[in-house]
Ligand binder design. Structure first.
Ligand code: HAM
Length: 420
């Protein structure tokens, strides 16, 4: 491999550079405020987990586990870079005995996830989730809180055109019966299914419902599946979820084909799509997983959560996010004598908590002002020898390209007033 090629980034990863990073910071800031408003606490989990955690939680035959895990072998141990955080959070919940401390717990997380996929628009190998999980209640009102929270976040990020699709998979027993019925109905048509779905027929039959291939879709449509057959208690819970969403005026579509690719889901599942995203149109998804905590060795604790894909949230921006104002003060010194004064002023501004920087490159006034402009400075302070001898400084307001002289000893008060 030529040397230069080795220095490139891994396909499906992304460098997030300024100014785009400002958009990420803003989304993170708004997320934290919103999660807090819904009483969710932040949790930070390892990126590295034992690979078994994911095969046991997401399902041995789930696509993410079969084809997309980044595995790291260390002697006899097999680690994985986490492909998602729900399993990690469930593990952390059990391992840290969080059930013993309080009843219902509500956590949120932000961070990178890894899936060894074929990179394409909106599909990366390292991407970021902002998500949350509420563990410890099977109340359908909690499903509604989770769906409302996902929708609220998207609205706060400025998205309007997204669509929420919901379905209920029922309990494990319901899922088993439904899978059996589906298998029976599809067995005769096996040859017409795509190769992947032929495999899914024996291992993961529900996934056939969301196969994107034209032929498989046609066959599935022809099965006339109405709503998933649910037991009484699951049907009641789903009815409550829909009634409460209606009560809140939250728009959604029922989608009986929505099954999700991860085995842990039971009862309510949902997906949020956006028309600007193209083929990979899911902005985020979530649902209930009432058995996962128990399956990982913990007590029976029903849970529900979701994750939004941050790259897709940014791609779907209908108009640019309004970013907080930059309040940088940029100091330009002209001539040797002004440099020490500039250093003292820089230090003083920073001590006062004012964001400040100085031209270290000895640029001409014109070039330094251009640099201040490129940096998004709110003010440039020009310190020439003549001004210093008069005890003043030139303060240039970059927004209106106007400048005025300010007494040196009044500068701090002046800036603080302007930056309020
Ligand atoms: P997921 O549907 O696998 O669910 O991922 C959630 C979102 O992450 C997707 O809707 C998509 O926006 C984004 N995403 C997934 N894969 C990629 C990729 N390769 N590149 C870019 N974005 C991607 C989960 O992971 C569940 N843990 C969600 C959940 C939380 N369910 C309950 N709690």
């Amino acid at each position: 491999m030529p040397f230069l090629e080795m220095l490139k980034k891994v396909p499906g990863t992304k460098d997030i550079l300024p100014p785009e990073v400002l958009c990420w910071q803003e989304i993170e800031r708004l997320s934290r405020i919103t999660f807090k408003c819904f009483n969710y606490q932040e949790i930070r989990l390892p990126i590295l987990e034992f690979a078994d955690l994911f095969s046991r939680s997401l399902g041995e035959f789930a696509e993410v586990v079969q084809k997309q895990m980044f595995l790291i072998r260390n002697q006899d141990e097999l680690y994985a870079l986490r492909p998602e955080a729900t399993a990690s959070l469930a593990r952390a919940y059990v391992e840290n005995n969080l059930d013993k401390k309080t009843g219902l717990v509500k956590f949120y997380y932000l961070g990178p996830m890894f899936r060894l996929e074929r990179p394409q628009k909106g599909r990366l190998r390292q991407f970021h989730h902002l998500g949350c999980e509420a563990i410890g209640s099977d109340s359908p009102y909690l499903d509604v809180e989770i769906i409302t929270l996902a929708s609220r976040l998207l609205e706060i990020f400025g998205l309007r055109e997204f669509k929420i699709k919901i379905n209920s998979l029922g309990c494990n027993q319901d899922k088993r019966l439904f899978a059996q019925k589906l298998q029976e109905k599809l067995e005769d048509r096996k040859e017409e299914l795509c190769l992947d779905c032929q495999n899914r027929l024996s291992r993961n039959v529900l996934r056939i419902l969301d196969c994107k291939k034209e032929d498989c879709r046609r066959i599935v449509k022809g099965l006339n599946l109405n709503e998933q057959q649910l037991c009484l208690s699951c049907a009641d819970a789903f009815k409550q979820v829909r009634a409460s969403l209606d009560l809140l005026g939250l728009h959604y579509e029922l989608d009986p084909f929505l099954v999700r690719g991860l085995d842990y889901y039971t009862r309510t599942v949902f997906e949020i799509t956006h028309p600007l995203l193209g083929a990979q149109d899911a902005l985020g998804a979530g649902g209930r997983y009432d058995n996962l905590i128990q399956e990982l060795g913990g007590p029976r604790k029903p849970a529900v959560g979701f994750a939004l894909g941050m790259e897709r949230v940014i791609m779907a921006q209908e108009k640019p996010l309004v970013l907080p104002k930059e309040n940088l003060v940029y100091i330009i010194t002209l001539g040797k004598a002004a440099q020490d004064k500039g250093l003292l002023l820089l230090n003083q501004l920073r001590q006062e908590g004012i964001c400040a920087d100085i031209d270290y490159e000895g640029k001409t006034l014109k070039a330094a002002l251009r640099k201040g402009n490129d940096l998004g400075a709110r003010f440039c302070i020009i310190m020439g020898e003549e001004e210093l001898s008069k005890g003043v400084l030139v303060v240039r307001d970059m927004a209106v390209s106007q400048q005025k002289e300010v007494q040196q000893d009044k500068l701090l008060t002046y800036l603080k007033d302007c930056l309020k």
